[in-house]
Each structure stands twice: as structure tokens, then as C-alpha cells.
Design a protein around this ligand. Sequence first.
Ligand SMILES: Cc1cc2nc3c(=O)[nH]c(=O)nc-3n(C[C@H](O)[C@H](O)[C@H](O)COP(=O)(O)OP(=O)(O)OC[C@H]3O[C@@H](n4cnc5c(N)ncnc54)[C@H](O)[C@@H]3O)c2cc1C
Length: 431
Amino acid sequence: MPEFFPCNGTSNTIGNPPVVIVGAGPGGSVAALALAQQGIRSVVVDKATFPRPKPCGDVITSQTLRVLERLSLDPGRDLPLVQAQATWGTTCIAPNGKAVDVNFKPLHKETEIPSCYTLQRTSFDNYLVEQLRANPLIELQEGVGVKAAQLIDDRWQITLADGTQLPDTHLLLLASGCNSSLASQISNQSLPVIAKEDDRHFGVGLRGYFRDMGGWRQSGMPEFYIMRELMPGGLYLTPLANGMVNVNMVMRRDYVLKHSINLRDRFWEVLAAHPTLSKRFSPLTLEGQLQGSSLSFGTIKRGNAGQGLMMIGDAAGLIDLLSANGICNAVMSAEIAADVAVKSIKRQDYSMAFLAQYDALLDQKLGNDLKLGRLVSPFLGNERLFGLFEHVLNFVASRVQGGSVLSQLLYHPDVSKLLRSPSFYKQMVWG
Ligand SMILES: Cc1cc2nc3c(=O)[nH]c(=O)nc-3n(C[C@H](O)[C@H](O)[C@H](O)COP(=O)(O)OP(=O)(O)OC[C@H]3O[C@@H](n4cnc5c(N)ncnc54)[C@H](O)[C@@H]3O)c2cc1C
């Protein structure tokens, strides 16, 4: 077994065993880079070999770009070099077919750097993994999964799928996504509250790449279709720089199970029945295969810190229910986890009580973004209330001013305050 980082025992930081990070998706990669920025070594293990595909909508939003900038990366320069395309908003299409453009602000007030890019995850994740490869404080192990992690006394003993073991560690950061069985195995040992497996808080998604046949409502702008047949959920179209379109569909798992929905059949049925989408997308313009994945929504607060353990990104259940965006929360949770890890290494305190600050900080920094999803989630489970929700969406879409009103929901520092304000609704109705 290779010796990754021999301990010299001279300094707290250098002498500590490396932090082990499971998963080199955006969450795991950013955690390792943020730790390295503060002089902390890590071993990152991913069962896949990069570049690897990941079913996603391929939309990289402003919060993610800001985290990359804080890591001294330059996404405005680097991402276009790996075929990212700038986008300045999203077109939302209500159930009645009316469209509303929601425009994004530039990343910084003083520059015109876009705040959002579309980029295939294969390329985005590989861009981050290249940063890991280039960093002397990070040891990346690809192509071998973690089979088991056992908490013995106050250290994690980690066994890989090929039977080898990593150096025992005080700190394990789990960024293995939401399809990972490892997460439940590990959380059973260390977490105070075990996340309840409740299907309302999970989704299922499908993604396919199609040749771009045009027909966009606004050139270069992703489209989000809210349709009765996909509720609770939606259909997203993302234009990409390479002449392809990412078509992806997400539905809440409880609804799919309750109605025995076959997601692939529903995907093709929805496209074929739609007056304009049927002309743009068919099995003939699909490149490769449809790929599926689960989503873990941040519609419930979970305990994500335990003895020597912090869960990051999808493993922590942080995807926004309404937009299906999860990359931003994965990288922001990674940044927070790295800060807490540094403090715990300095104090040599890896206890659950000390790491509990991670959960508090997650709530403080991500709670506002997840709030709207948490508020509407109960309505979406009830078919009668969904009827009401549909009317509201149709109404908002019919108002010309809808776009600017909706973009307030993206940028307001306190979404619940905005939703309690009568002027917000006045603006929606009268402009
Ligand atoms: C259909 C769909 C559309 C979406 N659209 C968007 C979008 O447009 N924008 C957005 O921001 N988000 C979107 N999301 C959500 C987004 O994909 C996730 O939130 C994001 O990938 C989370 O990153 P992560 O690093 O937590 O996990 P992941 O990206 O899933 O990375 C986890 C990594 O862990 C590795 N791993 C798993 N188990 C093990 C193991 N036992 N040992 C070692 N390695 C392991 C995996 O190989 C993987 O590389 C979408 C999701 C879906 C399904």
C-alpha cells in the first residue's frame, strides 16, 4: 500500500494524518482545495476515473463561481477554455405555455463577467479534478471505491474495494453523492440523528444529450418547463457550446412510486406530446443514452456532522427542490466543512459536539436559498393544492413584469421576509 503523507510529528498541521475525502465530485474536490489552501493535506478517493459523466442539468450558477474565485481560481477565464457557454438567465414556461424570462445579474457589479455558465459535467468535474492533481497537498486515488469505513475509538478505518486500507484518520468528509450506499453505512455509526428515508425529500432524474435543432425562445438561455405531467418536478433544457442540448427531467420520488411512473416512458411521452418540443427532440436526435440519477432535496434539515465526520453536497441532501441546483450547495458546504475541519485539527477536537457547528453554519449560510423549496414542498405533495399552485404560476407568467419579480426571489437576502411582504404581491399583480 502506498504511504501517502508520512507524519513527521513536528507540527499539528503537517504531523496530522491527512483528512480523507470520499468522492471527487464538486463537493469533494472543493473540500480538498479549500483544505489545501489552509495547509491541510487530504486523500481524495473516487470510485470513478475522471473525466467521468454525471447526469445533471449542466448549469453552473453564481455561488459556485464565487467559491472558485475564493479558491484563487479564475472561472471567468478557465471555464470558457473547457467549452463553457455564458448564460444570462432562464426562461420559465408555465403550464399554460406562457414564458417568463428571469435575468441574472453579472458576477461582480463592476465587471460584465457572466454569473452563470452551461458546461457538461464531464468537463466541469474534470476541471476541478485537474486542480487536485496539480496540488502537492492532495493525494487523489481514482478508479477505486471506498467499501467500508469503521469508527474505531476516535479514528476512521477506511477499506477500499480492492481490499487495501487508507491511513486511519480523525476526520472523514463524505462527498459521495446521493446514490451512495456508503453514506447510510457511515451515518449509522456516527450521526446523532439519522436522516429519515422519506421519499418526499428525494427525486429521480434523467438526462439525455440531443443535437441542437434550434427553436429557443431566447438564444443561449436555458428553458425550464413546469408541466402537470411532471409535477412535482420539471423539464429543463440547457444549450451547450458544442452544439448539443442537455434535456433533463426531474420528478419527486414519492410521486413516481405512488403512481408507478416509468421515468423513461414519461420522458418520451412528454416530449412527443408537446407542440414545439416534439419538433426539437426525438430518439433520432439523441446522442448516446439517457442516464438516470437520484437527487436529495434540502427540503428537510438533516444532521450532517458526527464524531469525526461531516457530510457534504448531495450526501448531505442539499439540492434546491425548485431549481434542482445542487452544485452550488455542494461547493458551499465543502467550503464550510473545510473551515470547520481546520478549526478541529488546530484544537485536536474531532468530537460530535465540536463538529456540530458545521450543521449550524450550513443552516445559516444555505438556509435562505433552500427556504422557498421548503415552503412549497408540502403543497406539491397534495394534488388539489398543486392545482392552486398551477393557477398561481399561470397567473404570474401572464404578467409581463413577472420576470423581474421572480428574479428578486433569486437575489433577496431573506426570502421568507420577501414572501411576507405585501409589496412583493402588489408588484406581481400591478407591476
Ligand atoms: C437530472 C439532474 C439535473 C441536475 N441539474 C443540476 C443543474 O443544472 N445545476 C446544479 O447545480 N445541480 C444540478 N443537479 C444536482 C447536481 O448534479 C448535484 O447536486 C451535484 O452533482 C452534487 O455534487 P456532489 O459532489 O455532492 O456529488 P456528485 O457530483 O454525485 O459526486 C459524488 C462522487 O462520489 C463518488 N463516489 C460515490 N460513492 C463512492 C464510494 N463508495 N467510494 C468512492 N467514491 C464514491 C462518485 O463516483 C462521484 O464522483 C442535477 C441533478 C440531476 C440528477
